[in-house]
Design a binder for this molecule. Structure first.
Ligand SMILES: [Fe+2]
Ligand SMILES: [Fe+2]
Length: 284
């Protein structure tokens, strides 16, 4: 498939999904030099459906809070302005997650492992890494929606030739789900610290800015695969790239902390399924 054509379709899809008025208003408030959390919360709650969607994602287990977060103001306190803003921008895309079997659980695992690694490595904003982990494979959901025939070809290469999904996508499409994720998020002006891990999680050498964040999501992806939570798109277990060990000064202790977080998630899932992030109505 012609990459320009697909990119145009992704952009059309993002425009269809977005709720531009509210998002523009939220951005306007957030960009004011002085703004209160209350003003930002008011701007989000101007669209109650959007506020509900954001809270649904916040409470779906990605961030591992013990108590549910019931208001946007509470979410702003717990997650910080940047994460809530990014959730507002990306909220519509979560409805696409249901189109790919096992993607949501895989994303949940990568979000948890990314957050745990960030915390173990001393990051002050582990929730931002959780969000990057949550979004890392969002391109797969878009491809399933926009290029189903190509996705079927990719799946047969993965199954018959035991190829990694990104290599199969490269062969069939000339680009990967990581590229598609970046197209989508860039269109919505999601900040680079979130798009870099999405674009580089399978190929750290391509990342210029925020390489450490891409490395965290890459490691989290490998660890989530090792624990077999959800479906990562192929059955392979890649090695953690040397660049990731170096960029993060990663130790086995860090990896063990992330494994513990994934074991806790497995226990939670055994107690009952988590509520999905998507709503049943079709949005496009
Ligand atoms: Fe991926
Ligand atoms: Fe993944």
């Amino acid at each position: 498939m012609d990459s320009r054509k697909l990119r145009a379709r992704v952009e059309r899809l993002t425009d269809l999904l977005a709720a531009p008025d509210v998002v523009a208003q939220v951005r306007e408030v957030a960009n004011r030099e002085q703004h209160s959390a209350e003003q930002l919360a008011d701007a989000i709650m101007a669209d109650p459906a959007l506020a509900v969607r954001v809270l649904r994602v916040v409470n779906s287990g990605f961030f591992n809070f013990p108590q549910p977060i019931t208001t946007i103001s509470h979410a702003l306190v717990m997650l910080g302005t940047d994460v809530v803003k990014a959730l507002v921008l990306t909220a519509p895309v979560f409805d696409l997650f249901s189109r790919v079997k096992g993607l949501w659980l895989h994303s949940l695992a990568v979000a948890r492992a990314s957050g745990a690694l960030a915390e173990a490595l001393g990051y002050r904003d582990p929730e931002e890494l959780s969000l990057a982990g949550l979004l890392h494979d969002v391109g797969k959901a878009v491809l399933a929606d926009e290029a189903p025939l190509a996705v079927r070809q990719v799946q047969s290469l993965v199954q018959q030739q035991k190829m990694p999904i990104s290599a199969a996508e490269q062969q069939v499409l000339g680009f990967t789900h990581a590229d598609v994720g970046v197209w989508l998020l860039q269109r919505w002006n999601v900040p680079v610290k979130l798009t870099a891990p999405v674009g580089g999680h399978h190929q750290l050498s391509t990342v210029r800015e925020y390489a450490d964040r891409a490395a965290i999501v890459h490691v989290a992806d490998v660890l989530a695969r090792a624990k077999a939570i959800g479906d990562p798109g192929d059955q392979l277990l890649p090695a953690i790239e040397a660049e990731a060990w170096e960029a993060l000064r990663l130790t086995m202790d860090h990896a063990a902390t992330a494994f513990d977080a994934l074991d806790a998630l497995i226990d939670e899932l055994a107690q009952g399924p988590k509520e999905p992030v998507w709503t049943e109505r079709r949005v496009s």
